[in-house]
Design a binder for this molecule. Structure first.
Ligand code: MN
Length: 372
């Protein structure tokens, strides 16, 4: 970090995510942007998520009430992958044609099947690319966060993290949707199937814990019920507890009880009340407040659990212009900032000796800053 860097003033996000001017090599945590929304069925614009979040991120005060100066360890967002974005535009058109043909009850099954096959193949390629990028980041000993895109994007990151820990991780999945469909509109790799794909993968995590779920079909509920390694906390059940006077602290305790020591957080922004993400693709009334989610994160950290990776998805412009989605970007950036901070802090605890060395190394920089 440059000696000229002043964390108390607003610095353009052009210098880096949250205005932090640090390279990948200098950073403890690396963010992978994945501008992909090929099979988005309803609102469009999730591929703009990384851009919306990055632009809003410059507004954030770096010192955090809970995680302090975690940012000093360095956050770096990789450049937006232009090739992937172009591929997204091409295959999204094909996926849209499928949806239109199906809606029109088309009999042209050969055409539909051909398009579906091509779209599924493109989605597999995206997942393979994400997986290899994540493996590269993890093998350099860095912490990892993925910024989507729609919620199909983190299959590769969850796979990479799960494999790195021999499957000994739990996924904390915050979402309005269960995402446990075998396929949706013929697409096997869509946002609606992400957790089905995660939990039927050869490198699957040992537990999936879902929170805020309020939109699901019978098949998804049956699938969740049938699996001992999946626990779904339905939004309605959580709200009923709160409405009867139970505390969110007790609810969080019950959620955390289901999770092992190592936790990967998969956060679909629509898990929040739509007031916090009005332009997201598939908003559902109800949901969590930002406060409730931040409290859950802090309880997770306090419990001694370690965040081994995370993703944030479905922050979107809703198909409108970017300016209209400024609020969505603002909330997304703040959620991302908490995820980054807790990732640093929960991994610091585990490697106390390494941290003290890192802190010692940092002090000359602090002195340099004071000279200004
Ligand atoms: Mn969702």
């Amino acid at each position: 970090m440059s000696a000229n860097f002043d964390p108390t003033t607003t610095i353009s996000s052009e210098f880096g995510i949250f205005g932090i001017p640090m390279t990948e090599a200098e950073s403890r945590l690396v963010l992978l942007p994945v501008p992909w929304e090929v099979t988005t069925s309803y609102g469009a614009g999730a591929s703009l998520g990384p851009k919306l979040i990055r632009e809003a991120s410059e507004q954030i005060d770096l010192f955090d009430f809970e995680t302090g100066k975690a940012y000093e360890d360095g956050y770096h967002m990789l450049p937006f992958p232009e090739e992937l974005r172009k591929k997204n535009d091409r295959f999204k058109q094909m996926a849209q044609e499928v949806i239109t043909l199906r809606t029109d009850m088309s009999e042209d099954h050969a055409r539909i099947d051909g398009l579906v096959k091509d779209v599924n193949a493109a989605c597999h390629e995206m997942t393979a690319w994400v997986e290899s990028e994540c493996k590269r980041i993890l093998s350099s000993g860095k912490l990892l966060g993925l910024v989507g895109g729609d919620h199909s994007t983190p299959l590769g990151s969850i796979r990479a993290v799960s494999e790195a820990h021999g499957g000994d991780i739990g996924v904390l999945h915050i979402d309005a949707h269960a995402d446990l469909r075998k396929s949706y509109q013929g697409f096997t790799q869509s946002h609606a199937s992400i957790m089905y794909n995660v939990m039927t993968d050869s490198k699957k995590p040992k537990k999936l814990v879902q929170v805020g779920i309020r939109d699901f079909c019978e098949e998804e509920k049956d699938f969740s019920d049938s699996r001992k390694d999946i626990k779904t906390f339905y939004d309605l059940a959580l709200k009923q507890r709160l409405l009867k006077g139970d505390s969110w602290a007790r609810v969080c305790k019950d959620i955390l009880k289901e999770l092992p020591k190592k936790v990967y957080i998969s956060f679909d922004i629509d898990g929040l009340d739509p007031a916090f993400c009005p332009h997201t693709g598939t908003p559902v009334p109800g949901g969590l407040s930002v406060d409730q989610v931040f409290f859950l994160f802090s309880e997770l950290a306090k419990s001694g659990r370690q965040i081994v990776g995370f993703d944030l998805n479905e922050v979107s412009s809703g198909g409108g212009d970017e300016e209209s989605a400024e609020w969505d970007g603002n909330v997304g950036a703040r959620v991302l900032y908490k995820l980054c901070g807790w990732s640093i802090v929960t991994n610091r605890k585990k490697t106390a000796t390494r941290t003290s060395k890192a802190t010692a190394k940092k002090s000359p920089r602090k002195t340099a800053k004071k000279k200004r």
